[in-house]
Design a protein around this ligand. Sequence first.
Ligand code: GLY
Length: 577
Amino acid sequence: MKLKNSNPSFNFYSFSILISLLLFFSCKEKTNSSEAPHPIRGLITEKAMVVSARKEASEIGTAILKQGGNAFDAMVATEMALAVTYPYAGNLGGGGFMVYRLSDGELGALDYREKAPLAASKNMFLDEEGNPIPEKSQVGPLAVGVPGSIAGIFEAHKKFGTLPITELLKPVIALANKGYVVTKKQEKRLQRFTDIFIETNQDTILYAKSYQQGDTIKNKALANTLQRIADHGRDEFYKGATADSLVAFIQRHNGIITKEDLAKYEAKWRKPVVFDYKGLKVISMSPPSSGGVCLAQIMKMIEPYELSAFGHNNLKTIQVITEAERRAYADRGYYLGDPDFVQIPIDTLISEDYLDERMDGFTFQKATKSSDLNYGSVPGYESSETTHYSIVDQFGNAISVTTTLNGAYGSKLYVDSLGFFLNNEMDDFSVKPGTPNMFGLIGAEANAIAPEKRMLSSMTPTIVEKDGKLWMSVGTPGGSTIITSVLQTILNVYEFDMTMQEAVNAPRFHHQWLPDEIVFEPNSFSPKLLDSLRSKGYTTDEKESTVIGKVDAILVLPDGTLEGGADRRGDDTAVGF
Ligand code: GLY
């Protein structure tokens, strides 16, 4: 099974990826010669930086920092600028997670994940024979979870923001009114989805027009929505005129979200997952995202191995990482869900004893079969598309934020009068235990649908400390591949001495227990290496695989300057000063 629909348009980028990889490998070869190496560096700045999926969003976030705002002020502006310029994943109609580290070392995490509506029920996406109906959980009104993004940015701002919301939204509203320019990648994405936009909305919408690279898209409806939110605050979206329009729209399309659902929505502060890896301190997102727990499990399982001695993307390195991923994703499917609804044995799942035992049976001679592996036994336990941005401000605060509509343009349902798409996050629930979702992920009871429950996520906004100081802010979109992309980016810098930009550029691979295959970025790994893996019993797939992740990261260099890593796989851009 392939990673269905996580990002179908990425295949268009194969050629540019190939060129980048040739450059990457030619650079790496030089490091073995007697000449001094020429590392590929991302943008370097002295004080502050924003790296996001769109130049305009990074520029607006940076302008807020220059005005004296902090990372949380910049979050409000960057997140909403992505909603304007990157409707593929940037959103008002979705949700997300934020992990932060303040300059004094305080750590925390914010959950603004969507929730199941009050009228949702466990079997709502099953037919009369009890079989899942994927089109119901993935497209249209029933796929939509109660949106959390506006609650999230307001909650972050309430706790840490310093500039007025009106100031933060002003440049975003101006951008929505003035318009933004369509990129080549955006043109291709929009063209791919035109028919389904019209079919789902039973009408044309702003984004169903035939846009070419260089065209300007103005979104006056979104500018008006943001102006009302700037004027009346958070409750405008959840209880005000915007809520009325949103609910009327959803109910006209036979959806089940009510005014009560919106009025009851709250973002929640969570305790992040924190663990050590060979001297690094990694801080990542806790449930209802699986990101932090899975990342911790994988990193603790690979910690005993000398990856730097094996070499980057070397056979043994790939084997160790794959086997750790296989085991972590098997546990993910069984144990993880919304912590407000299910008991999750996090401490055990990320403990060294448990993970040592989990790697029992691993050998370099032969692949473990996923069919022979189940979730681990925990004593006493009863039982895409997304976008990421990283910000470091001039005060030393860092945030790592991943936000999503789930699939590309979410449910494809577009609220024309308000100017935004609605998510299809309900598909992240386990619609039927044992049946894969759109990312091929298998879930269990812990992630079954229930009213007001948050669906399990893979989003992995992560901050890393080295020697007690901020070292990296990192994250990515990519559905189930998010966790493994974050992992490989951290390892690329720490184990394999890459710069931030090289670490982001480097080709990636992914295994998620089921389907039992390693997915490789196409044309990125040598046929000899893939043959060696197959001879050990691994199934490899690079035919239909898409780009794995689009990482946006910031690294603090030894001299205190910042290096941005903006993913070449998208229009991602680092801006700073
Ligand atoms: N919707 C993708 C995720 O949350 O993992």
